[in-house]
Design a protein around this ligand. Structure first.
Ligand code: PHE
Length: 351
């Protein structure tokens, strides 16, 4: 009786352990290991069965039947798990929901200032202007002296200009690129120079200590004010649309004579007056004029032989008008909620 009981008990714990092991396996290889351990030729089932013969004769049939039931049960458990592992495609398919929204992969985009600078560059390039470049850290000579700016000119005030050691400064305008270009090349020269400028302005809705300009310079025989006007008018139409008007108002710059301030008719209100144009119908866009003969002398051009025009326009102002931005500081904060709005406009602006 004792012997039989312990046989049954052993069979029972073998059953429980085997079924538990079958439940915990996570792949086909682990399942096979469990099969070998319990049902294999040298497995635990075989070793328990081998002790059947040692049981008292009258207990053997009953114990044998019990052993077969346990063996079948383990075998069925094994078979069930095996089927599970051989249907991997079916189980992942059940998890794939084709109605889920796709993952968005945000595209990068150019900053609105860069978009406008590129647009202006593209338009003027088609008119034959090459792109020139100069450093942000300039010499006082290139930024002021060579541009015929008198020693007492207000723009030289250290309260307006960031001075650096050894006769250098952060350029207050892109005009020194005119000097660099003329020192390096003989006429004809026809360049534009987009770039960053610096002034000691207290930031507010329309002022920033760093801002961007595009400089233009055209020097050749017989360049006239009419060429300047035609170039600016064409640029205005391509930038703002075919209905835009331009006008020149007399002004003063040390490096041009005569000098003008160039206005575009307000594209926000169509010229009838709004907040953006301060109810004047016009927007101040650029400073311009005919290159002063004294500038030609500084760079070694003969003012009797050559004439030229130059202009400089603020990029931020144009970006703000084109996009209806009412505070220049928004352009420098790099707040993605703001910047992201110009992603689509990039493509619109190109066509
Ligand atoms: N440099 C001038 C400014 O910053 C603009 C300008 C450029 C005027 C070229 C005339 C010619 O205001």
């Amino acid at each position: 009786m004792d012997v039989g009981n312990s046989f049954i008990e052993e069979l029972d714990s073998l059953r429980r352990e085997a079924l538990a092991a079958l439940l915990t396996v996570e792949d086909a290889a682990a399942l096979e290991a469990v099969r070998i351990e319990y049902l294999g030729r040298n497995g635990r089932m075989v070793s328990v069965m081998s002790r059947l013969g040692a049981l008292p004769k009258e207990e053997r049939p009953e114990a044998g039947q019990q052993a077969n039931r346990v063996k079948n049960e383990i075998q069925q458990g094994f078979q069930a798990r095996l089927e599970e592992f051989s249907r991997p495609a079916a189980s992942t398919e059940a998890q794939w929901d084709p109605s889920l929204p796709g993952r968005s992969r945000p595209l990068g985009a150019l900053h609105p200032i860069r978009q406008v600078a590129d647009r202006i560059t593209e338009i003027l390039s088609r008119m034959g202007f090459a792109v020139a470049d100069g450093p942000d850290i300039e010499t006082v000579e290139n930024n002021f002296d060579a541009l015929n700016t008198p020693a007492d000119h207000p723009s030289r005030d250290p309260l307006d200009t960031f001075y650096l050691p050894e006769g250098t400064l952060l350029r207050t305008q892109t005009s020194p690129v005119q000097i660099r270009t003329m020192l390096a090349h003989r006429p004809p020269v026809r360049i534009i120079a987009p770039g960053r400028c610096y002034r000691r302005d207290t930031p507010d809705a329309t002022h920033s200590a760093t801002f961007h300009q595009v400089e233009g310079l055209y020097v050749d025989h017989d360049v006239s004010m009419a060429d300047l006007k035609g170039t600016i008018a064409q640029l205005a139409r391509e930038l703002m649309g075919p209905r835009v008007q331009i006008r020149f108002r007399p002004h003063f710059f040390p490096f041009t004579e005569p000098s003008v301030e160039c206005d575009f008719s307000c594209t926000v209100c169509g010229g009838t007056g709004c907040r953006v144009c301060k109810y004047s119908g016009w927007l101040e866009i650029a400073g311009a004029g005919m290159v002063d003969p004294r500038v030609f002398q500084k760079v070694g051009y003969d003012p009797e032989e050559f004439t030229g025009f130059a202009f400089g326009m603020g990029i931020e102002r144009i970006a703000m008008i084109l996009h209806g931005i009412d505070d220049i500081r928004l352009l420098y904060e790099n707040d993605a909620r703001f910047i992201d709005q110009f992603r689509m406009r990039f493509h619109e602006n190109l066509h």
